[in-house]
Write a protein that binds this ligand. Structure first.
Ligand SMILES: Nc1ncnc2c1ncn2[C@@H]1O[C@H](COP(=O)(O)OP(=O)(O)OP(=O)(O)O)[C@@H](O)[C@H]1O
Length: 330
């Protein structure tokens, strides 16, 4: 079932352009020149329950603006958004009970209170029953190790500790839908993996729908089943990581050592890049786009004794995707 449905979502900001100099400043006051900036332009997508969608794009692409409309912080200029059947900006109270959100750069906790008290306030605000609260806290503690800094004031927590508290706070009322805007920014690799494990648990075991923005390609690789790419406010890709790799010039090589050393090697759909005795390197040919597919084709024809796969990394693929979009819009 779709948890989030965005249709033709558009947001245009209006700002006042200040003319240079003193006279220019006066003119701007008398006759302000308004500049329109369409940050999100006709974006449509949906997210199912139990699905993690990574919303990606270069700086200034419109990701945060999209998330802000999905969470009800911003009102769309046009188009529609439904989150668990609710229009977030029209029904703020029901929306707040339905969603959880973490903005990695900010906190929704109280600076001068210890983590324990901050969460207790949220428990009271959302009316979480005592036994249920204890159960959830203990689950969050198991996954995020909160009790290490339970009694420390939020202002004294490290960034990684603070975001772990923010994650617990965002989920304390058991929302079905979670928005995360760069949740692991600035975290060390150990804490990042802890947070990723937590998110996997929320999606796979708890069936939550999660929308995540990040510039961290390892995160995308390890977490995202589905990717939506936007640039200049427009959606230009919606699909799996495999589809993304095959569409934006991902290259790979499959190196195999064959059980025999045939004089000729050929696999329909693959290109033979090198052939030296039993050792053969295959690359993508017509009709075979993924390494999985390539392996199936090779194993169907030859017995192999060794195998390695080289793929160019996701950052290369993503750079290709962003540049491709620049050329399309240029
Ligand atoms: N309140 C605002 N008023 C005017 N322009 C805005 C406002 N908020 C965002 N913008 C502009 O809208 C565009 C999209 O910004 P947004 O923050 O959504 O990008 P982003 O994809 O989240 O970028 P980043 O990866 O750098 O965080 C940018 O050009 C930004 O300057």
């Amino acid at each position: 079932m779709d948890a989030i449905i965005a249709r033709d979502l558009t947001k245009t900001f209006h700002t006042i352009a200040r003319r240079p100099g003193f006279v220019g400043g006066l003119k701007s006051l008398v006759a302000p020149a308004r500049i329109a900036k369409t940050a999100v332009d006709g974006v449509s997508f949906s997210v199912r329950e139990g699905e993690l969608l990574a919303l990606l794009g270069p700086n200034g692409a419109g990701k945060s603006t999209t998330i802000k409309m999905l969470t009800g912080i911003l009102v769309p200029t046009s188009g529609s958004v439904h989150v668990a059947g609710i229009e977030p900006h029209r029904d703020r109270e029901r929306n707040a009970r339905t969603i959880g959100a973490v903005f990695g750069q900010r906190t929704q906790l109280w600076w001068d209170l210890p983590a324990r008290d901050s969460l207790a306030i949220l428990r009271d605000i959302f009316g979480v029953e005592a036994e249920e609260y204890r159960r959830r806290l203990s689950e969050f503690d198991d996954l995020l190790g909160l009790s290490e800094f339970w009694d420390t004031r939020i202002r004294h927590l490290s960034l990684g500790q603070r975001v772990r508290c923010d994650l617990a706070a965002a989920l304390i009322h058991d929302p079905k839908i979670v928005f995360l805007d760069e949740p692991t920014i600035g975290m060390d690799v150990v804490v990042k993996e802890q947070v990723r494990e937590f998110l996997r648990h929320q999606v796979e075991r708890r069936g939550r729908a999660v929308v995540l923005t990040t510039h961290d390609m390892t995160e995308v690789n390890r977490l995202a089943e589905r990717i939506v790419l936007i640039n200049h406010g427009r959606l230009f890709f919606d699909g799996s990581l495999t589809e993304l790799r095959s569409r934006f010039g991902a290259t790979w090589q499959v190196h195999v050592t064959l059980a025999d050393a045939p004089a000729e090697v050929a696999v329909p759909g693959l290109r033979v890049l090198r052939h030296d005795g039993p050792r053969v390197a295959f690359g993508p040919g017509e009709g075979a786009t993924t390494t999985h597919e390539a392996l199936r084709l090779i194993i169907e024809r030859y017995a192999i004794s060794d195998l390695t796969i080289e793929e160019n990394d996701l950052e290369d693929v993503m750079r290709e995707a962003y540049l491709h979009r620049e050329q399309v819009t240029a």
